[in-house]
Design a protein around this ligand. Structure first.
Ligand SMILES: [Zn+2]
Ligand SMILES: [Zn+2]
Length: 349
């Protein structure tokens, strides 16, 4: 069997299962990875939205949150061996454009992304250049390792904002990214992490993970409640949704910081610039991360974060569309696609 049966992105929200050749080494610096699992990301939902909210090339295999084991190596690969567990940093930068040469490689204007512009990890096998692969201690549970890519975005984003031990952090959005921000800030020594979401089931889920402080703006006045809890407002406000800038502005203390994360290319909003000037607020935009990968490996290997607790469902590769629907409905927090095993859809508990 030299083929694999995989879901292929056909454009306009369509996935179709096709037989594709199992990828082989192409360049000496390539590796072939036997993918064990790949998480469904908000970006995948955006790619599959109609109209799309994230660009992807038709006829590729999507998926970029993969974890797997090296099954074959090109002659030029160093530092990896067959059998090593690896995770994927999906964005391949050119190294030559203006931004790469300025050291701002997350803004590379000539990039490729595994799972967006070239074949990704919703497949039993993936070929990737060594530069995209990071070896991870096999003692890290596979399902924690599968969060490497989204966690790296969080590690990259939080590095932009000065933070002090004991700071109060408000995170707007209690989806998978919001909860990764909450867990990371808690690990970094925040005094308080307050989660905000209009979906009560997400706040209830967060509470089960130990994030007891939350506000549902559908039930309580958000800025007044933050003021009641903190007295002055939050030191750091994270918008993990991507369209909550105006709301976030009202939650920061004087001299506080806003961290804007999440991609909502079609959304517009009206805000009061006076508040930024008058109260000395600092605004940080954060698109993925600027080389956050080694720290992310170290954080996962420290075992002080356990992102696998976000997994609510698992689906086999043959049921990727059902997994996407579970996430889109908000029923699933994080859905893990088992790219090898043929398990039934189920609640993990
Ligand atoms: Zn992702
Ligand atoms: Zn570049």
């Amino acid at each position: 069997m030299n083929t694999m049966h995989v879901p292929v992105f056909k454009g306009a929200g369509q996935l179709a299962y096709e037989d594709r050749p199992i990828p082989q080494i192409d360049h000496p610096t390539d590796a072939v990875i036997k993918i064990e699992a790949c998480g469904i990301c908000g970006t995948d939902l955006n790619i599959l939205a109609v109209p799309p909210a994230h660009k992807a090339t038709p006829n590729i295999i999507i998926g970029h949150e993969g974890v797997g084991v090296v099954s074959d190596l090109g002659d030029g690969v160093t530092g990896l061996a067959v059998g090593d567990r690896v995770v994927i940093a999906p964005r391949l930068t050119c190294g030559q454009c203006y931004y790469c040469r300025r050291g701002l490689d997350n803004q590379c204007t000539n990039y490729q992304t595994i799972g967006t512009t070239i074949d990704g990890a919703f497949a039993p096998y993936l070929r990737a250049p060594q530069s995209a692969l990071y070896k991870i201690d096999p003692d890290v549970p596979r399902d924690d390792a599968a969060f490497f890519e989204p966690l790296s975005c969080v590690v990259g984003a939080v590095s932009r904002v000065p933070m002090q031990a004991g700071d109060t952090v408000v995170v707007i959005g209690a989806g998978p990214m919001g909860l990764l921000f909450a867990e990371t800030y808690q690990t970094m020594g925040a005094g308080r992490v307050i989660l905000v979401d209009v979906a009560q089931n997400r706040l209830d889920f967060a509470r089960e993970l130990g994030f007891a402080q939350s506000i549902n703006p559908a039930k309580a006045d958000l800025s007044q409640t933050v003021l009641d809890i903190t007295g002055v407002g939050a030191d750091i406000v994270v918008d993990a949704v991507g369209n909550q800038f105006a709301a976030a502005l009202k939650l920061a203390r004087r001299g506080g910081h806003l961290l804007l994360f999440g991609l909502r290319p079609h959304d517009q909003q009206t805000l009061n610039q006076y508040q930024i000037t008058r109260y000395d607020l600092t605004i940080h935009g954060a698109f993925v991360g600027l080389k956050p990968f080694q720290q992310t490996i170290q954080l996962l290997e420290s075992r002080r974060v356990r992102p696998s607790r976000l997994i609510t469902h698992r689906v086999p590769l043959a049921e990727l569309p059902q997994g996407v629907a579970l996430m889109r409905s908000g029923q699933g927090m994080k859905v893990m696609v088992e790219t090898g095993a043929q398990e039934a859809v189920g609640w993990v508990g």
